[in-house]
Design a protein around this ligand. Structure first.
Ligand code: SAM
Length: 213
């Protein structure tokens, strides 16, 4: 399901900063060689993530769900000079591609790429994080939120992708699949959490942005 009228989307992109060449290439390469290229954030959301990161200017970012590295490169662009982004993915097969593009984007010294199950790796990460981007398996979104919460500094942000889940969040609850139920539960959990302020940003497939009070 497309949320934006295609003509409005085309106009929006025509008035949005172009993708840098390295991201254009990564976008093309992902579509040509990798399964499920729709998972990549893409031009508009990538520019939004980069802009948010530049506004926050974090010293430390955690990304859960690297895929081919597109959003990691967008987010890393807003890091402080000595800042670090840690990104985790369970899929070892994409390692060569991810490392190639991190190098081409010039972020070898800023991005730590960890391979493994994020539910197992996060407890060992020291934090604190100024920004967390949750974009991995939907059934674990609430687990990721709980695992990272105490590692996010006061005033830090937890951003989760796909919270509109192609509109399936509006389906009858009795007909929802496991992923949809998990996404609905996640946005309710964040919305009900008195420890954060939040906004559901209806860009692409929906970004839930929570700021820790
Ligand atoms: C939607 S894609 C990430 C897209 C990427 N953030 C972007 O915008 O270009 C989700 C990724 O989460 C990874 N993933 C799924 N379960 C995971 C887990 N338990 N731990 C770490 N990564 C996981 C998948 O392998 C997949 O690459």
């Amino acid at each position: 399901m497309e949320f934006l009228d295609p003509k409005i989307e085309a106009y929006t992109l025509s008035r949005t900063q172009e993708e840098p060449e390295v991201l254009k290439q990564l976008n093309r390469d992902t579509h040509a060689k990798v399964l499920m290229p729709r998972m990549l954030s893409g031009h508009l959301q990538g520019r939004v993530l980069q802009m948010l990161s530049k506004m926050i200017n974090p010293a430390s970012i955690l990304e859960i769900g690297t895929y081919t590295g597109y959003s990691a490169i967008c987010l890393a662009a807003g890091l402080q000079e000595k800042g670090k982004l840690t990104t985790i993915d369970v899929n070892k097969e994409l390692e060569t591609m991810v490392r190639k593009y991190i190098t081409e984007a010039g972020f070898n010294d800023k991005i730590d790429f960890l391979i493994g199950d994020a539910t197992k790796l996060i407890p060992a990460l020291p934090g604190p994080f100024d920004m967390v981007f949750i974009d991995a398996d939907k059934v674990n979104y609430s687990t990721y939120y709980d695992l990272v919460f105490d590692k996010v500094r006061k005033g830090g942000f937890i951003i989760a992708d796909n919270v509109l889940w192609s509109g399936k969040v509006l389906d009858d609850a009795s007909k929802m699949d496991e992923d949809t139920r998990a996404i609905v539960a996640y946005s309710k959990k964040v919305h009900d959490d008195k420890r954060v302020e939040n906004v559901l940003f209806p860009i692409r497939d929906g970004l839930m942005i929570a700021r820790k009070l």
